[in-house]
Design a binder for this molecule. Structure first.
Ligand code: ADP
Length: 151
């Protein structure tokens, strides 16, 4: 069984994340979207809200699971028997950052990181820009799946 985890903060899920997850469904038997818990980080959306947004967006996709985890991503991969880490690449800055993490993970484990280039129409979207738009009462709904709504 080819199982990949897609780790991130998903604060909130964006159309960019959505695109990567949907496209990866054909590559793996199971995609585990894994929301990392970092006690030092301040989030706009609670863990429950972030999880619900993703579950609702993929309710018709049996291969997509949503979980939360703490600690090292590679340790969590071993725990749930995931052989792959999936990441999206938007631009050269993402590449440099992801390269260092992927090499480190490879040094510490046998887990392979698989990168998908983001779709050109969503490559400019980031959760931090979405949060900025929300804070300033902009129309964030153009940047996120329908399941993501501010109460
Ligand atoms: P992190 O806190 O790890 O950066 P994010 O939730 O921002 O978590 O991102 C998780 C993953 O989604 C990363 O691999 C990131 O490159 C990817 N990603 C973020 N935004 C986009 C986008 N617009 N298109 C495709 N992938 C994206």
């Amino acid at each position: 069984m080819k199982r990949a985890i897609f780790p991130g903060s998903f604060d909130p899920l964006t159309l960019g994340h959505y695109d990567i997850i949907k496209r990866s469904v054909t590559l793996f038997d199971e995609i585990v979207v894994a929301i990392g818990i970092n006690a030092d980080k301040k989030y706009m959306f609670s863990l429950e809200e972030r999880k619900q947004f993703i579950e609702d967006a993929f309710k018709d996709h049996k291969k997509v699971k949503v979980v939360t985890y703490e600690g090292l991503t590679i340790d969590f991969c071993k725990e749930i028997d995931a052989q792959f880490i999936l990441r999206g690449l938007r631009n050269p800055a993402d590449f440099e950052f992801e390269k260092a993490i992927a090499h480190t993970n490879r040094k510490l484990s046998k887990i392979e990181t698989v990168f998908l280039l983001t779709a050109s129409n969503t490559s400019y979207i980031s959760s931090s820009i979405v949060r900025d738009v929300i804070r300033n009462n902009g129309d964030y709904t153009k940047l996120v799946p329908d399941s993501v709504r501010v109460k």
